[in-house]
Design a protein around this ligand. Structure first.
Ligand code: AMP
Length: 214
């Protein structure tokens, strides 16, 4: 099963993608996580990507597309995957479709986690991310057992530069301009599903499971 998660930054698609991955036994592929790992490792890709990421801008398509194609070509992706944060532009979606078509495959569904901008702005200020393993939490909606400490690995949590208020509005503008057109793209392809992302996290997941099937 090959699933794309769509939605604005902060809509909760990462959290839902991880739960989908766990329930259906497929890898969770977050281009944001892969890019952050490259920034942390100070790779060539990381150096190029960092300036865009820190400003809330998208990393250029050519860098992200190659990186994603490498990842979905790995062995653990044979039975499918859930993509979180990719595609984010029409050219990325077209490249993905073209690569899959070459292999005689296609995406099964694109799930849009729909949340209005007002809710996003309140949510993102409370987001915290682990410096070590990339796990994400929320001070109100998804708190850790010990404040400021990652439940998964015990490392410190931070407010990511790209979750800072001044960057959030910019990321939303980028989302509306460059990513939202994907909703029409996948609707036209007949694989778009939509869930109300303003509900409590467990209810959003229930709605997703109803869409995918038990
Ligand atoms: P995320 O964790 O998905 O919110 O991604 C964090 C940042 O990584 C974004 O604001 C972009 O700068 C960059 N990024 C992640 N995925 C993509 C993508 N598919 N295309 C371009 N930039 C991306």
């Amino acid at each position: 099963m090959k699933i794309i998660m769509l939605g604005a930054p902060g809509a909760g698609k990462g959290t839902q993608a991880k739960r989908i991955a766990a329930k259906y036994g497929i890898p969770h592929i977050s281009t944001g996580d892969i890019l952050r790992a490259n920034v942390k490792g100070d790779t060539e890709l990381g150096k190029k990507a960092k300036t865009f990421m820190d400003q809330g801008l998208l990393v250029p398509d050519e860098l992200v597309i190659d990186m994603l194609m490498d990842r979905i070509g790995q062995d653990d992706c044979k039975n499918g995957y859930v993509l979180d944060g990719f595609p984010r532009t029409i050219p990325q979606a077209e490249s993905l479709d073209a690569a899959l078509a070459k292999a005689g495959e296609k995406m099964d569904m694109a799930i849009d986690v729909d949340v209005p901008d007002e809710n996003i702005i309140t949510r993102m200020g409370g987001r915290r991310a682990c410096v070590n393993c990339g796990a994400t939490y929320h001070v109100v909606f998804n708190p850790t057992k010990t404040e400021g400490i990652c439940d998964a690995c015990g490392e410190k949590l931070i407010l990511r530069d790209d979750d800072k208020p001044e960057t959030v509005q910019k990321r939303l503008n980028v989302y509306h301009e460059q990513t939202q057109p994907l909703i029409a793209y996948y609707s036209k392809a007949g694989i778009l599903k939509s869930v109300d992302g303003t509900m409590e996290m467990d209810r959003v997941f229930d709605a997703i499971v109803r869409i995918i099937g038990e």
